[in-house]
Write a protein that binds this ligand. Structure first.
Ligand code: GUN
Length: 323
């Protein structure tokens, strides 16, 4: 009688919630699937409306510059998706590509040029950078008012400190926070476990959860008996990049499970030869969790939606002449 959670992903929010709440009264629990694609689409239409208002008020068109260094195929796909999204909401986008052999000086010189370009309100240097490039020096060089990724040490530093306000916060963790609030509202007092401590996701997400008065445990590659931590979590966010590593018996019944994993696994039945999978063993976990995000269609689209929001924010901060 109960449907697999994946079948529910096309249902409207209301219907899915009703279905799942009633299914919870039965013993066999099925999670509500959080449809990141749908939520991100509604944020994109809000951003498009904001862009209209800016233009009506004499602001220049918001502009995002992306910097892609090297040939990482996944990075190329991500950057292309960012440009498409910009176009859809009326943000101008400028794509810069440097070869993997580019020098530190060349990357820094490009960032400096973009800092000074009045058409560019946001600068995104796609990570990871090739191994010869010092990421920290590149990020330090981004003008803090154009740091739409929120990776500049000043923005991260402010995020880490009580009573300080960053100009921008990193996009993927911001998307995760948005989904969590969408699913369960106030997070205060909840126990969260974050798997992964990267500069892009795990670390800033832990800081954002702390600011929301959540009790946070950050697990990483040295954590022993990971599942003993995850079983305590009201909110579990996995960002470790290990396909289907999070199992059903790791989950506290009713927990919110957010899957940031995004790995390619070989699948010769697919035209492109691979499929995208998250960190979470979806079917298994959906039988225990209260809410779950799918991969693809969960966190991914939210990252881009938050980037668009940050770019409009940057255009507002920089003002009428982009300076
Ligand atoms: N690589 C993976 N995620 C991100 C992101 O959010 N921003 C940038 N710049 N690079 C990434």
């Amino acid at each position: 009688m109960l449907k697999d959670a994946r079948e529910l992903s096309g249902y409207s929010d209301r219907i899915r919630k009703d279905f799942c709440f009633s299914s919870r009264e039965n013993v066999d629990m099925t999670a509500t699937v959080i449809n990141g694609r749908m939520i991100a689409a509604s944020i994109r239409s809000e951003v498009a409306a904001e862009v209209h208002i800016l233009l009506d008020n004499g602001y220049p068109k918001p502009g995002l510059a992306t910097v892609l260094v090297g040939e990482n195929p996944a990075s190329k796909v991500h950057v292309q998706a960012k440009h498409r999204a910009c176009q859809e909401v009326g943000i101008e986008s400028f794509g810069y590509e440097l070869p993997a052999t580019a020098s530190q000086q060349e990357v820094e010189a490009l960032v400096k040029r973009l800092n000074e370009d009045p058409r560019v309100h946001g600068i995104l240097v796609q990570m990871p950078l090739p191994s010869g490039i010092d990421e920290e020096r590149v990020l330090n060089g981004i003008r803090v008012e154009k740091d739409v990724d929120g990776f500049h040490p000043l923005n991260i530093g402010r995020l880490a400190q009580k009573g300080r306000e960053p100009l921008f916060v990193p996009c993927t963790p911001a998307g995760v926070m948005y989904l969590l609030r969408h699913a369960i509202g106030d997070l205060q007092g909840k126990r969260a476990v974050v798997i992964g401590r990267s500069n892009i996701v795990g670390m800033p997400l832990a800081l954002m959860l702390l600011r929301a008065n959540v009790t946070v445990t950050v697990c990483h590659s040295y954590t022993r008996r990971l599942e003993e931590h995850t079983r305590m979590a009201d909110v579990l966010v996995s960002a470790m990049g290990k396909p289907a590593a999070v199992r059903g018996d790791w989950i506290k019944p009713g927990a919110v499970v957010i899957d940031v994993g995004f790995s390619r696994v070989e699948d010769l039945s697919q035209k492109r030869g691979y499929r995208l999978v998250g960190d979470v063993a979806f079917e298994e976990v959906a039988r225990v969790a209260g809410y779950i995000t799918p991969v693809p269609g969960g966190v991914g689209p939210m990252t881009i939606a938050m980037l668009l929001k940050n770019t409009v924010r940057a255009a507002k901060i920089l003002g009428h002449n982009g300076e």
